[in-house]
Design a binder for this molecule. Structure first.
Ligand code: ZN
Length: 199
C-alpha cells in the first residue's frame, strides 16, 4: 500500500510538469475576492464558487469562524492584496455543531487520542494522559448555522481594522446539494458603509 507521503510526492511531480503559466500568476487575487469557510473536507470552495487558481483568497478554519486569526488574514487580503468582496460560508452538518467548549475540555482532559462520535455524543477511550489546557481555548463551536454566519459577518463588519468599503456576504453551503444558500440578514449587515475613494 502506498503511503500518503509517497502518493502526495508522486502527485506533485505530475503537478510540476503541468504547472505551465501558473508560474506567471500575480499574487493579488484576480477576482478581488476572499472566502472564509470551514476546513470540512467535503467543501471545495474553488468548485462551489466557480473559481480557478489565482482568483481568490480562501481562508479556512474549523467552522469558518471569524476568529482573530481569520480577521488577520482578511485584513491583509484587502489592505495589501486588494480584495473587495468577502464571503463567509458555513455549512450544513458541520462538526462544530456536535460539541461545546465544555465537551471538548472534558474529552481532552481525559485523553488526547481520537474520540468517536456515537448516537449519544462524543466518547473517547479515556486512555491518558489528557490535558487540562483545553479549558482555556474558545473552540468557537456552532449551535445554529444562520446565527453563526450573522455573528461572524457582524464581527468582521464592526472590526476596527476592516475597511468600511469591503462588501461582506453570508452563506450556508448545503453538503447534500452543493448549493450556496444566502443568509439575508448577514449580507444586509455586511453591506459596505462607505464608498471606495479610488478604484
Ligand atoms: Zn464545518
Amino acid at each position: 500500500m502506498k503511503t500518503i507521503l509517497k502518493e502526495i510526492l508522486e502527485s506533485n511531480g505530475q503537478y510540476v510538469s503541468d504547472f505551465g503559466s501558473n508560474a506567471d500568476l500575480p499574487a493579488p487575487p484576480r477576482k478581488q475576492l476572499a472566502i472564509l469557510t470551514c476546513m470540512d473536507a467535503r467543501l471545495d470552495p474553488f468548485g462551489y464558487a466557480g473559481l480557478t487558481v489565482g482568483d481568490a483568497h480562501v481562508i479556512r478554519n474549523a467552522g469558518g469562524r471569524a476568529t482573530d486569526d481569520a480577521i488577520r488574514s482578511l485584513v491583509i487580503s484587502h489592505k495589501l492584496l486588494g480584495t473587495r468582496e468577502w464571503f463567509v460560508v458555513h455549512h450544513t452538518e458541520c462538526g462544530m455543531e456536535t460539541f461545546t467548549n465544555d465537551i471538548m475540555a472534558e474529552l481532552l482532559n481525559s485523553s488526547l487520542h481520537q474520540a468517536d462520535l456515537t448516537p449519544q455524543g462524543w466518547r473517547d477511550s479515556g486512555e491518558g494522559p489528557g490535558s487540562s489546557e483545553a479549558q482555556f481555548i474558545n473552540w468557537h463551536t456552532i449551535s445554529n448555522q444562520e446565527e453563526s454566519v450573522v455573528a461572524d459577518v457582524r464581527r468582521i463588519r464592526e472590526h476596527p481594522l476592516v475597511s468600511p468599503t469591503v462588501s461582506i456576504h453570508g452563506f450556508i453551503f448545503d453538503v447534500k446539494t452543493g448549493k450556496l444558500i444566502e443568509v439575508p440578514e448577514a449580507s444586509r449587515i455586511g453591506q459596505p458603509t462607505a464608498e471606495r475613494q479610488n478604484s
